[in-house]
Design a protein. Structure first.
Length: 366
């Protein structure tokens, strides 16, 4: 079984695709995969460690306003479509799977034209522009949240959840704290701004902890993933001046340690982060990315409506974070006992469900 997987652009598209390939590779040892990517640096960093077979298309983000740049991006999209046809002729996929984003459009559309069965997966709580368009050509549409099935044909649409990277296991808080050289008698805050970090979240977190009284600071320890080496030095210096135990790095490869150690997460609300927070049942303060189509706000609302998260607007200051942090440390926050409300928000076997969809479609084609 040959499976073409289109997933370029960001970690939110890439990591679920990798999780799918790992799962399907176990259930179908004869499966062969070809990943079609957009050529961004993050893709080379991730796939360089795995050794998967990949094809990189020359693509640019298409602006929704008319400009010379958007016209160039559109021409690249057309060229990528014809290159995708040549890739399909050579690889001969039995199924084509798209994980959304502009990078998935040429290969998924080319698959439909070449009569290769298509499945698309939507990681967010609202369909992105690419997946809304591509769903017309898909035989199956996998979604991450049950509310996305409302009013839709359930024979085509299926709730799978969002596939998670292997190794993300909710187990062993003591071992996780030991990894960071932190203690078990303080509140552990996990602060992160997504795969590229967030200057505003870094600033807000440093400001919120700096505003605490000494008696509260003595109850705090922090894991802070700040995005860049420049930010790392600044954030480390802030926590050192406060005398707060802190583990600060730009990025952490094995997020199991971070989630297992955390009592609360302060983060953006990307699809991958939401799935991981639900998986590890950790209460959160979610600060949706304020630009673009604001799909992160829809993601955050699912957790907030369950009583497991508080949403803060990123207004550049995030003054409200100070009170939320203070209430949590003082034991008066509604988030303290919120972990139980996360159970059941998403299926726990997303990769397996998506693998079953693909295998069934491949068998039906033979």
């Amino acid at each position: 079984m040959n499976v073409l997987i289109s997933c370029g652009g960001t970690g939110g598209h890439i990591f679920p695709a990798m999780a799918l390939a790992d799962s399907l590779g176990k259930s179908s040892p004869d499966a062969r995969f070809l990943f079609v990517l957009s050529g961004r640096a993050i893709e080379k960093d991730i796939f360089g460690k795995r050794g998967d077979r990949t094809v990189h298309l020359d693509l640019s983000t298409i602006s929704r306003s008319f400009s010379r740049k958007s016209m160039t991006a559109l021409m690249k999209l057309v060229i990528a479509f014809f290159r995708s046809i040549s890739v399909i002729l050579a690889f001969k996929p039995d199924v084509s799977v798209g994980f959304g984003g502009y990078a998935s459009v040429p290969p998924v559309l080319a698959s439909a034209v070449m009569r290769v069965p298509v499945i698309i997966h939507e990681q967010n709580a609202r369909f992105g522009l690419a997946n809304r368009f591509l769903s017309v050509f898909a035989r199956g549409v996998a979604v991450s949240f049950s509310r996305m099935l409302d009013g839709r044909n359930n024979r085509k649409y299926r709730l799978t959840g969002n596939p998670l990277r292997s190794g993300l296991v909710p187990d062993g808080k003591a071992a996780a704290l030991g990894f960071f050289a932190l203690s078990d008698d303080r509140n552990t805050f996990l602060v992160m701004g997504g795969s590229q970090g967030s200057h505003s979240i870094n600033d807000a977190a440093c400001g919120a902890f700096s505003a605490l009284e000494r008696s509260l600071l003595e109850k705090v320890q922090i894991i802070h993933l700040c995005g860049t080496e420049d930010e790392e030095m600044r954030v480390k210096s802030t926590y050192a001046d406060l005398g707060v135990p802190a583990w600060v790095r730009p990025f952490l490869e094995d997020m199991s340690y971070a989630y297992n150690a955390a009592d609360i997460v302060i983060s953006r609300a990307g699809a991958m982060t939401i799935a991981e927070i639900v998986h590890f049942a950790v209460p959160s303060v979610l600060i949706p990315y304020p630009y673009g189509d604001k799909h992160q706000l829809d993601n955050a609302r699912i957790l907030a409506e369950a009583g497991a998260a508080v949403i803060l607007d990123d207004d550049g200051r995030l003054d409200g974070l100070k009170d939320i942090v203070k209430d949590f440390i003082a034991g008066s926050s509604s988030l303290i006992n919120a972990a139980g409300s996360l159970k059941g928000l998403m299926p726990t076997d997303a990769a397996e469900k998506l693998s079953d969809m693909i295998s069934s479609l491949a068998r039906a084609r033979r």
